[in-house]
Design a protein. Structure first.
Length: 357
């Protein structure tokens, strides 16, 4: 990458100074013709291109100095203290090379002392250095600004990913703790059911580990997570719990946040069905709606409690809301409301990817 950048600098330098030499030649010809002098095209072209290509050699060095000693509020004195002597040195070297080229070609003006010619040509070429340095400083400034913006964006992305990992990792121990408590209770009441739930929990964790590190999974895979979780709850509640899953088949490949349905179902069972002595009903629906996917988890439990009415959401809902906000920003929605048929209904709306739309 560094080698490619060097070649780019050399190529741009050559292109810039070639254009400069062409314009210089045209300007010299215009002046000569204006004063009715006979232009010597060979000398004009050779001189202007030789002068330009000397600066082709210096331009990468000027860029390196601008990169190492940029002009900013903190270091402009030091930078100028280095750039001015370097500019004088480069202008002097360029003048010395051009004068000796003239001497080699027999164009030298021997009536003027060498020292005077060197001083005059050096001062004449000095603005070239400062113009080139100015352009290099602008390039360095915007390159540095762009690099910082990219680094900032990458840092924000890494931070967001880390936050998502924390939120996701918090959900798994929470579910595991609740499941182990349920198994412990069943061990005393129904040992075969406790054994069956243990195997179901192992199956759930195995499926969960298969997607470790993925923030999004296809809806079909997320439904597999949910089915493993619901099998555990079905063992726990037996005939008290009935389940219905209604999903548009076109949405099975749509990406959704991993482990997003399980905490919603757990919330419905824990705060709804588990608190009622009546048979419980859990419904999961997913439909496509104007470029979004709408997922609903509803129960027929006792409905909205005072705590929920006051916005005191449980762990699962708070965590799910935080994940959705982190992943989709304002292009998502999570709402908790009373179910018209009794109980509660949680609805999440997510943007539908183009591949699944």
């Amino acid at each position: 990458m560094l080698s490619a950048l060097r070649w780019q600098i050399w190529a741009l330098s050559f292109l810039f100074w070639s254009i400069y030499a062409v314009l210089d030649c045209l300007g010299s010809l215009a002046i000569i013709i204006t004063f009715h002098d006979k232009p010597i095209l060979r000398q004009i072209v050779l001189w202007n291109f030789a002068e330009a290509y000397v600066w082709v050699l210096f331009t990468p060095l000027i860029y390196a100095i601008a990169l190492r000693f940029p002009l900013n509020a903190n270091s402009w004195k030091l930078s100028l203290g280095i750039q001015i002597p370097v500019g004088l040195g480069m202008a002097t070297v360029a003048a010395w090379l051009l004068i000796h080229m003239n001497m080699f070609l027999g164009w030298a003006d021997n009536s003027t002392p060498l020292r005077a010619r060197l001083l005059g040509l050096s001062l004449q070429d000095l603005p070239r250095f400062f113009v080139t340095m100015g352009v290099a400083q602008v390039v360095v400034y915007y390159s540095t600004l762009r690099k910082r913006e990219m680094e900032s964006a990458q840092l924000e992305a890494k931070l967001a990913q880390a936050q998502l990992e924390v939120l996701r990792s918090q959900m798994e121990p929470h579910f595991l703790f609740n499941s182990l408590n349920a198994i412990a209770r069943l061990t005393r009441k129904d040992p075969p059911a406790a054994e069956r739930m243990t195997f179901q929990l192992a199956a759930f964790l195995r499926v969960s580990l298969d997607c470790a590190g993925f923030q999004e999974v296809p809806l079909a895979q997320e439904l597999e997570f949910l089915q493993n979780y619901l099998a555990i709850q079905k063992t726990r509640f037996g005939q008290r719990l009935s389940i219905r899953v209604e999903v548009d088949q076109d949405l099975l490949s749509a990406p959704v946040p991993s482990l997003i349905l399980q905490p919603l179902a757990e919330n419905a069972i824990r705060h709804g069905i588990a608190r009622s002595a009546e048979p419980g009903f859990l419904q999961v629906r997913a439909v496509k709606e104007d470029g979004f996917i709408r997922i609903q988890v509803a129960d027929n439990g006792p409905g909205m409690t005072l705590a929920r009415d006051q916005g005191n959401e449980g762990f699962g809902l708070r965590n799910t809301r935080a994940r959705l906000k982190q992943m989709y920003g304002d292009r998502q929605e999570l709402s908790l409301e009373s179910n018209p048929g009794g109980g509660c209904r949680v609805t999440i709306v997510l943007p539908l990817s183009k591949t699944a739309a």
